[in-house]
Design a protein around this ligand. Structure first.
Ligand SMILES: Cc1ncc(COP(=O)(O)O)c(C=O)c1O
Length: 487
């Protein structure tokens, strides 16, 4: 890091300059002194950053780094800006940034223990901590007894580069459970899963990646807000059976991406137990409710599930990516993948344990270290307080918006995702047009979502700096945008 050739007149290294620029960037973003996002065409951004010149000639150093870094940061999405109320991506905690920096220097990819011993141990302990929150782990979370030898009483899990890979891994584990020879002989063509239409597309993709084909998805009946109706699962199951399909898994959302509403896990578990089906919970966003005594009820029934996807880079404040796939039964995880790689996995007589046996990835980042750093700075109570604040603030934003004559909300939020509509304009296209105008002004970054064929404006309240005042300003800006002629 401290390459003396990198020093300029102020005697600072390139890394020191970049660190200071980042501090200023975050500070200015948090104060709202920059736009949340100032969208520009790719040609403009390419020109501003001088990409081709840098690639062809090199020479970026402590004296000229700003030629690149200034436009790079200026035209980024400013997630620390209080007006960033867009996608479900964490506004990263300082601890996560530090973990990223450390990893960038020591680079311990940790498919195998010996390539990242400290990161491997951290992953094991944070995974056990997550399992404990699901009721799938008892005892000391720093018990390193090999999985197979600890009486198979506890669950197991692995960190992945994102919830999408976690969902794929869960599907493969459930397939191995239902059809143990599928790894060798291929996916049986009569297997099917039940999932609500609002299931994240990563699971639908995983179904095709795993060789089932989309016809293997039987869509679960949902209510008008796209929440799964457990009492109708039996009907879907029997219809599939009539069609010659064998359902082996039900997937639920905790919570659904578009609305932030939770499927009733406990009631779905009841059905799955009655039919001997694998229950997967996609808690990429909402499983963090487990950390709060107040919000934990939203995950009621999780201890009865078989697998859980849980992203730390959504509500546990890590930078992208850091996700977990967790299993109630450690044998289920062990059966997911089968591979021989004599150059990498040395078997049971080695020191430690290899995460790579259980993950899609081979080279794997120190994903647990990001979560560890946030936990180490905030503690688990601090993490729970953050969830309560974001969920509570979102309910306050709902009360504010719903009390306006010209705005409506289709539901009371359960998580930190809130949909609403401006009634001063007509039709789905008009709501999208409002978002476009808001984005063009740069003060806010928001998204939209379709619920039951109707388009709503959508907020994901990820930023702790977003307040009632921010939302009042947003409503004023929406009214202003609606009053301006289009085009
Ligand atoms: C419910 C749900 N599942 C899965 C994913 C995919 O997770 P990732 O983006 O970490 O791959 C998302 C992303 O928003 C999600 O909301």
């Amino acid at each position: 890091m401290s390459d003396t050739n990198d020093k300029n007149a102020t005697n600072e290294t390139l890394a020191q300059h970049v660190l200071r620029a980042l501090e200023t960037y975050q500070d200015e973003s948090e104060r709202g002194n920059t736009p949340a996002l100032h969208q520009q065409e790719p040609e403009f951004l390419n020109r501003e950053m001088g990409l081709v010149k840098w690639i062809r000639d090199g020479g970026l150093n402590a004296s000229n780094y700003a030629q690149f870094l200034t436009p790079y940061l200026e035209h980024s999405q400013h997630m620390h800006h209080p007006g960033f109320i867009g996608h479900q991506v964490a506004v990263p905690h300082e601890g996560a940034a530090i973990a990223d920096m450390i990893h960038g220097v020591i680079n311990n990819p940790m498919a195998v223990y010996e390539m990242g011993p400290t990161a491997s141990v951290i992953e094991r302990v944070v995974v056990n901590w997550m399992l404990e929150k699901c009721g799938w782990y008892t005892g000391a979370i720093d018990d390193f007894t090999p999985n197979a030898a600890n009486g198979a009483k506890n669950g197991a899990g692995v960190l992945t580069h994102g919830g999408s890979l976690a969902n794929l891994t869960a599907l493969l584990a459930a397939r191995a459970h239902a059809a143990p020879d599928a790894w060798q002989n291929g996916t049986p063509d009569n297997l099917a899963i039940i999932a609500p239409a609002a299931t994240h597309y990563s699971l639908a993709r995983a179904v095709s990646i795993a060789g089932f084909g989309q016809s293997a998805i039987r869509y679960a009946p949902v209510n008008a807000l796209e929440v799964l109706q457990p009492e109708k699962l039996e009907q879907t199951f029997l219809q599939a059976q009539n069609d010659g399909q064998k359902v082996f898994m039900v997937s639920t959302n905790a919570c659904t991406t578009a609305t932030g509403l939770y499927d009733p896990i406990d009631e779905v578990a009841e059905f799955c137990e009655s039919r001997g089906l694998w229950l997967h919970v996609d808690g990429a966003h909402g499983a963090s409710a487990l950390l709060s005594g107040k919000e934990r009820h939203l995950m009621k029934g999780i201890s009865r599930a078989d697998s859980l996807t849980w992203d730390a880079h959504k509500m546990m404040r890590t930078s992208a990516l850091s996700a977990a796939i967790l299993f109630k039964d450690q044998k289920a995880m062990a059966g997911t993948f089968h591979q021989d790689a004599s150059y990498i996995f040395y078997g049971e007589d080695q020191i430690g344990f290899d995460a790579g046996l259980y993950a899609v990835e081979c080279t794997k980042s120190a994903l647990g270290a990001k979560l560890f750093w946030v936990l180490a700075m905030e503690g688990e109570k601090g993490m729970g307080d953050f969830i309560e604040k974001q969920y509570g603030d979102t309910r306050a934003f709902y009360e504010l918006i719903n009390a306006q004559d010209d705005f409506t909300c289709p539901y009371k939020p359960e998580a930190n995702i809130l949909c609403f509509k401006y009634e001063g304009v007509d039709g789905n296209a008009a709501q999208s047009a409002l978002r476009e105008k808001i984005l063009a002004r740069g003060n806010f970054y928001i998204t939209t979502a379709m619920i039951g064929g109707v388009r709503y404006l959508r907020l994901s309240v990820m930023n702790p700096l977003t307040t009632v005042e921010t939302v009042k300003e947003l409503l004023a800006e929406i009214r202003l945008c609606a009053s301006e002629p289009s085009g």
